[in-house]
Design a protein around this ligand. Structure first.
Ligand code: CP
Ligand code: NVA
Length: 298
């Protein structure tokens, strides 16, 4: 594995290797361990805000013995129009790897191609692979396995997190149900590209019934702010609340990638009732990303 650009480009074997290593790294955190990134400097290049991803990568790289440089893309020459392929070729002479959060998936792929240094997708408009790997780890940690589970995704069904779930369902043996307004459901072509056992519905109850996991993300992803009013109106019914949870299996997990907008994609009471799971999910970003870094540093 040279880069981590999307779930789509990962094989089942690679996902399973990352998840196994995540468990080892989580168990052994804080104990004396090898420092596979010793002597390395990684750039964190962000064009969008971040709390969890930025901090977990910064801490994770340091725990593995490396150093980090944070670059707000707008402050770099990138923000004044320097080409990605030029930026990539310059940075490749100086850094050992890059973690990038941006808009277009193609920008991250171009950076990876021209830099040649290990490049990690820290969220694009199309995928949020580190998030979904951390989420899958959380499900396995709590339930023992994800195979045969039913995951119901409620909200914007074509967001970056929904798309990463879609590709994950095509690689691992679980059922994914997407509940969203017709306008925010994945198109047939995308469903065919992802494969897997995926169904889409505009009926939240149908998706939630007997589900093992209820998952949601914000209705207005970064970059979609101009559509805020329309999205709030159209996605209004697509939220997780007590009546949706009651339809799921007893003890079903409720998950949120965070940040949460209470009263929109989830209600405040349900959020607090499942806060343990949701913040374990957030913590697991650190462990899964350390596993990815170790895989890429090999
Ligand atoms: N879930 C997630 O990626 O959070 P941040 O935007 O805070 O990084
Ligand atoms: N779908 C959200 C995820 C935030 C971590 C967004 O892109 O803003």
């Amino acid at each position: 594995m040279k880069h981590l650009l999307s779930i789509e480009q990962l094989s089942r074997t690679e996902i399973e290797r990352i998840l196994r290593r995540t468990a080892e790294l989580k168990t052994n955190r804080g104990k004396i361990s090898a420092q596979p990134l010793a002597g390395q400097t990684w750039a964190l290049i962000f064009s969008k805000p971040s709390t969890r991803t930025r901090v977990s990568f910064d801490v994770g790289i340091r725990e593995l013995g490396g150093e980090t440089i944070y670059l707000n893309a707008a402050d770099a020459q990138l923000g004044r129009g320097e080409l990605i392929k030029d930026t990539a070729r310059v940075l490749a002479r100086m850094i050992h790897g890059a973690v990038i959060r941006t808009y277009a998936q193609s920008d991250i792929e171009e950076f990876a191609e021209f830099s040649g240094v290990p490049t990690i997708n820290a969220l694009t408009d199309k995928e949020h692979p580190c998030q979904i790997l951390g989420d899958i780890f959380t499900i396995i940690e709590k339930r023992g396995k994800i195979d045969q589970a039913v995951v119901a995704y409620v909200g914007d069904g074509v967001s970056n997190t929904a798309r990463s779930w879609l590709f994950a369902a095509g690689k691992l043996d679980f059922e994914l149900r997407i509940a969203s307004h017709k306008k925010y459901q994945p198109k047939k072509k995308l469903l065919e590209r992802a494969g897997g056992r995926v169904t889409c519905t505009d009926d939240v109850a149908a998706a939630a019934r007997d589900a093992d996991v209820l998952y949601t993300d914000i209705w207005v992803s970064m970059g979609k702010e101009a559509e805020e009013a329309r999205r709030e109106a159209e996605l209004g019914p697509y939220w997780i609340n007590d009546s949706v949870v009651k339809l799921a299996k007893p003890g079903a997990m409720v998950m949120h990638c965070l940040p949460a907008h209470r009263g929109q994609e989830i209600d405040a009471k349900t959020f607090e009732q499942h806060a343990q799971t949701i913040f374990d999910q957030a913590e697991n970003r650190l462990h899964v990303q350390k596993a990815i870094l170790v895989e890429l540093a090999k």
